[in-house]
Design a protein around this ligand. Structure first.
Ligand code: GLN
Ligand code: ZN
Length: 756
């Protein structure tokens, strides 16, 4: 038998790489290609340069195995679908391979794109492959082989990476039965792929199976065993590393261990402590790629702790390599690009490049003993001590207030009582019409924000322009005859960043871009300390809007769970503690809105489903603190103030009870694409509060007709009595154009009137 040692083991790696470019070069080039400003040759050249620089930098940083093939023009699941000949048939007619690929990703005038959804519990979105009877798998490894060749030519110790068959199928959408039933067809393709990679010179291949950290049935665990036994049995192949991340593989680990694969990558940063429990001895003889450097968060690694973990592992297995816990896709490129972070905070952080350095140091400690990195250990110890003792991490006022919040502080009067108070106060018609908050973010708005940032206009001029936007949006809503108005959110760059910038405990980055999907990147704020509100954050804007109309203007806030989900969060206290602190700030804001005469307040929680833990056993704890923090945020106001919430971006099946638990007077929820099914789920959960199922899909520019919306409303009325039903679009309107918004809302108001 070929042992790992003979297979050329490695000692220092990461599981995957970011691809948008340190200055978002790939984003710009891709968008220029879509706009027809550059040709495919130019786009490929930009991509190639980015890859080459990245590969040679990583080699220079001392990694001795470097992932290739995690580069993507859009998404790794889409790449895998292409690799396996599983692009949807509706794009097959597009002759140019690059355009076909982009058509599957983002659609064309005539072709619907693949659906997009969140990658496990991250804020990265992947494209959902569609597997149907018409899918005839076939192998198309050219892209991957070309990247492998490119790396080998540069003398880079390249390790091609592919998504494994179990993860690919489990995350795909199957028409007619489970996609896993097609596993048997994929195995020969993967075996052939292994052969081609070996022939091309790959010593190792990394097969990503993050789905192994979710709850699998015994039958599925059996399939894991069969799959990897079969792949390990391939006559000609590189050494196989199966990578798991975002959690622990539990029962899947012994299944993997029993096969002839050469290595397993394990995540030592997410929950489980040293050595993933008792199963590591089963890995004796294999390479354990120990993810001791967190690939998902931005904190500097506690090197002492990592060294201890590595030592324990070495005691139990033949070979250990050091790695990031997952792909570096989820963190910014480098701290070196940041000029404005305060020195203390900066010393606590590690972005992508700094994490590579940590991996290298730990690999040295592993081979030469911890004394070999004495100086670095001392420096990290000092930085971590400064973090622990920083007064910003421990604000006694915030902590005392939270401790004092008794059960009554998170309870409002029973819903029926509130309903009556609010009815008398608001005097709304049946089937009240409203919108979710944002109106189109016009270029005038974006230009004003850029001008303010550059100092070309002053704050007073900025306020003047935003007020003009608000006045226009209020006038539009009055003209359209909507019942509950909004100010339109022109002043918000982003629904999380806007609040983070105004709260103590958060820091912003300048270049900390992370891919969210395709060419869309986000710059998550860093939550590093205790959260406190310095002063009101939204009151002036919303009170101004209310001053322009007699109709109620709905105040708009972002909820604690969503603020955390779209930030890098503290790792030195439970997430629930951070959530309660954010909740307190939102609570103060809602009380101030109420005092300013605002009668309806909406607290958005679109990310409620996204943070749901991957394992069922961990879910009740999460649901408890997430619901509780929403209630802290929304229970400071009087019972006559109507609380709304808004949920979108997901299937809500698993969190339906939690939605009822939020106890919001009105919940607006994405429903247009799922044809109102969510209402039946809510009914089944005993939900009896106000609900506004989105009556049209805002994700497309199409203007829905009065008839269509009337049909949606009638469908909704089958599930919800008229006195609880609200009429609104699926989500905010910020990405839409003015003209479509006006036409769509006019039809929505007409449909509501017709049904009334
Ligand atoms: N109030 C926000 C808006 O309308 C909600 C956005 C969201 O649900 N993601 O833009
Ligand atoms: Zn939404």
């Amino acid at each position: 038998m070929v042992t790992v040692a003979q297979q050329n083991p490695f000692t220092a790696t990461v599981l995957g790489l970011p691809r948008v470019g340190p200055r978002r070069e790939l984003k710009r080039a891709t968008e220029a290609y879509w706009a027809g400003e550059i040709d495919a040759g130019r786009l490929h050249a930009v991509a190639r340069d980015l890859r080459r620089t990245q590969l040679t930098d990583l080699r220079a940083a001392g990694l001795d195995s470097i992932p290739v093939g995690t580069f993507s023009y859009y998404d790794q699941m889409l790449d895998t679908a292409e690799l396996l000949g599983a692009l949807p048939p509706r794009v097959a007619g597009i002759a140019d391979p690059l355009d076909r690929y982009f058509a599957a990703a983002r659609g064309t005038e005539t072709v619907e794109p693949l659906e997009m959804t969140k990658w496990f519990d991250t804020n990265y979105h992947y494209l959902v492959p569609e597997i149907g009877p018409e899918t005839a798998f076939s192998l198309h490894p050219d892209k991957l082989l070309a990247q492998l060749r490119e790396a080998l030519e540069l003398g880079v110790p390249a390790r091609p990476v592919v998504i494994g068959p179990i993860t690919f199928l489990k995350l795909a959408k199957a028409s007619g039965g489970s996609a896993l039933a097609r596993l048997i067809e994929l195995l020969p393709l993967y075996r052939e792929l292994l052969r081609r990679l070996a022939v091309a010179g790959a010593q190792w291949v990394q097969i990503d199976e993050p789905v192994l950290v979710t709850d699998l049935t015994a039958e599925e665990i059996g399939l894991v065993q069969v799959t990897y036994a079969e792949l390990a049995d391939a006559p000609e192949r590189p050494a196989i590393l199966v990578a798991t991340y975002f959690g622990q593989p539990d029962a899947a680990l012994p299944a993997l261990a029993s096969t002839g694969i050469e290595g397993v990558a394990l995540d030592f940063t997410s929950g489980a402590d040293v050595a993933a429990g008792a199963d590591v001895p089963a890995l004796t003889g294999k390479l354990i790629v120990a993810g001791v450097v967190d690939g998902r968060n931005v904190w500097r690694t506690d090197l002492d702790r990592a060294v201890a973990t590595l030592d324990t592992l070495r005691g139990s297995a033949a070979q250990v390599a050091v790695s990031s816990s997952c792909s570096l896709l989820h963190v910014p490129y480098t701290l070196a690009a940041e000029t404005a972070l305060d020195e203390r905070l900066r010393s606590w952080l590690a972005f992508g490049a700094e994490k590579v350095t940590e991996v290298r140091l730990l690999a040295t400690a592993l081979s030469d003993g911890a004394q070999a990195i004495d100086a670095e250990l001392a420096e990290v110890r000092a930085a971590l001590a400064s973090r622990r003792s920083d007064p910003r991490l421990n604000d006694p006022r915030v902590r005392a207030r939270l401790a004092a919040l008794g059960p009554d502080a998170v309870r409002r009067a029973p819903a029926e009582q509130r309903r009556e108070l609010q009815r008398d106060r608001l005097r709304l018609p049946a089937l009240p019409t409203t919108t979710i908050g944002s109106y189109p973010q016009t270029s005038a708005i974006r230009l004003a924000r850029a001008a303010l940032r550059k100092g070309a206009i002053d704050q007073a001029e900025y306020v003047r322009r935003m007020r003009a936007e608000i006045a226009e949006v209020i006038a539009l809503q009055e003209r359209l005859g909507l019942d509950v108005l909004v100010h339109g959110e022109p002043e918000r760059n982003d629904m999380v960043q806007y609040f983070a910038e105004q709260l103590d405990g958060f820091a912003a980055t300048e270049q900390g871009w992370v891919q969210s999907y395709g060419t869309r990147c986000v710059r998550p704020p860093i939550l590093f300390g205790d959260v406190a509100r310095r002063e009101p954050m939204t009151v002036e804007w919303i009170a101004y809007a209310q001053s322009l109309t007699d109709k109620p203007v709905k105040g708009m806030l972002t909820g604690p769970v969503t603020i955390l989900a779209w930030s890098f969060v503290r790792d030195d206290q439970p997430l629930g503690d951070s959530a309660r602190q954010v909740a307190l700030a939102i609570r103060d804001e809602s009380v101030d809105l109420e005092s300013a005469g605002i009668r309806i307040i909406q607290v958005d929680e679109p990310a409620l489903r996204e943070l749901l833990p991957l394992r069922a056993a961990d879910q009740p704890g999460y649901l408890e603190w997430s619901v509780q923090s929403f209630r802290i945020a929304t229970s400071g106001v009087s019972d006559a103030t109507q609380i709304h919430t808004h949920l979108c971006y997901s299937e809500f099946g698993e969190v339906i009870d939690a939605i009822a638990g939020l106890d919001a007077d009105v919940t607006s929820i994405e429903a247009a694409r799922s044809r109102m099914e969510v209402l039946d789920d809510l009914n089944a959960a005993g939900f009896d509060l106000g609900v506004g199922p989105g009556v049209y899909d805002i994700h497309s520019a199409r203007v829905p007709s009065v008839d269509e919306i009337t049909t949606s409303l009638r469908a909704a009325l089958k599930a919800v009595p008229a006195e609880r039903l609200w009429v609104n679009p699926d989500c905010g309107l910020k990405t839409r154009g003015r003209a479509e918004v006006e036409a769509s809302l006019r039809n929505m108001v007409a449909a509501a009137a017709a049904v009334r």
